[in-house]
Design a binder for this molecule. Structure first.
Ligand SMILES: [Zn+2]
Ligand SMILES: [Zn+2]
Length: 375
């Protein structure tokens, strides 16, 4: 097997348009022109304020001082549990090699929309007094890498509170590294960061990270610096909202496999956002809370989408994700949790056509995407 000589990224962008222009009759050319115009139109739309569309090209903006800016959502991770690139695609490449994973060998992660860490969302919440609070949903296996790349780029100085969707590895295994974003104290004498989770997740984390949960040293035990966390139990019920750093969150219990309940969250007063990263089925009560035909239309639904084809026992795949979008009918949707099956640019072209047809603007999210939003 030969390794490609040029970045596959460039190849993927040039090939389809070349193939079209070589064989396209006039009608096809005008279709292509219209498609390009449509793409430009969608790209030029302003971010999510007053009902405008999410702009996927926000990474192109600079990261100068954001003092005076309002609230924003920052996608720290948009990939599946094993993350993208998939290690096996690089250490035992297929022939031909996996196009999406091989891009990681030639494009740095901050410029590669097909480089996906574990799903995680940072909510930069600017309250009415202009103070910024930083709430993170999930702290997975790739947390440290996400901090180094995106906290620096987007100038995130700290984490004020943490919310966990569930206790799987891709949502919690970065908790040890929370100490890296806390003030240094050899005696652990700092204000603990509030962390919101279910009792089920708490019990599991007490087994995974006993030293993060332990309150007092045992006799003879040496003091060691560990993350300081203030554990707060939340209910798996949509009628038991809670406040994290001044922002109200409504828990959205969903099935993540028929044997497991995971939480999504609904938040935002001015713009209503739901974040659901791990779901295979929506219980009817939860679906009602987030549906246009139920409690009211969402401005933005951030939703699980593991594979492009078929189905999966514990996650939605694209066919079910799109079906769910049609039922729930948010104004806009951004998809997360993708495997290496998804090629960002190419699949967003397809989703753009779907969006036009169905009247719901949907795109794949990408790591580092920043969406300004009124919350
Ligand atoms: Zn791959
Ligand atoms: Zn999970």
């Amino acid at each position: 097997m030969k390794f490609p000589l040029r970045p596959l990224y460039a190849f993927s962008l040039s090939l389809p348009s070349l193939a079209f222009s070589l064989c396209a009759p006039q009608t096809q050319i005008s279709k292509i022109k219209k498609k390009k115009q449509r793409k430009r139109k969608m790209e030029n739309q302003k971010p999510l304020q007053n009902g405008n569309k999410v702009d996927d090209n926000l990474l192109a903006v600079d990261n100068r001082d954001r003092d005076g800016d309002g609230s924003a959502l920052i996608f720290l991770g948009t990939g599946c549990s094993s993350a993208v690139p998939n290690a096996m695609c690089l250490i035992q490449p297929s022939d031909p090699p996996c196009h999406v994973c091989f891009q990681s060998l030639s494009i740095p992660p901050d410029r590669n929309p097909n480089y996906r860490c574990n799903t995680s969302l940072l909510i930069d919440y600017c309250s009415s007094n202009g103070k910024h609070n930083y709430v993170i949903i999930d702290v997975g296996k790739t947390f440290r890498e996400q901090v180094l790349r995106w906290f620096t780029f987007h100038k995130i100085p700290r984490i004020d509170s943490i919310i966990l969707t569930h206790e799987h590895a891709d949502a919690v295994l970065g908790l040890d590294d929370i100490r890296a974003v806390q003030p240094h104290s050899p005696t652990n004498d700092i204000d603990p960061t509030a962390i919101f989770l279910t009792q089920y997740a708490m019990d599991s984390i007490a087994t995974k990270f006993p030293y993060l949960v332990q309150k007092k040293l045992r006799e003879g035990q040496e003091l060691r610096r560990v993350a300081q966390l203030d554990w707060r139990i939340i209910e798996e019920q949509y009628d038991r909202p809670f406040f994290a750093s001044g922002l109200k969150f409504v828990p959205l219990p969903v099935m993540h496999g028929e044997d497991y309940i995971c939480l999504g969250f609904l938040f935002g007063e001015k713009c209503k956002v739901a974040y659901i990263s791990d779901v295979s089925r929506f219980p009817s009560n939860t679906e009602y809370v987030i549906s246009k035909n139920g409690a009211g239309q969402l401005d933005l639904l951030i939703l699980d989408c593991l594979y492009k084809r078929g189905s999966h026992n514990v996650h939605l795949c694209l066919p079910q994700t799109l079906e769910a979008l049609k039922r729930i009918c948010p104004k806009q949707a951004l998809l997360i949790g993708m495997t290496h099956e998804f090629d960002h640019e190419k699949d967003n072209e397809f989703l753009m056509e779907w969006s036009e047809r169905e009247g719901i603007h949907v795109q794949l999210a990408r790591d580092g995407l920043r969406v300004p939003i009124d919350l």
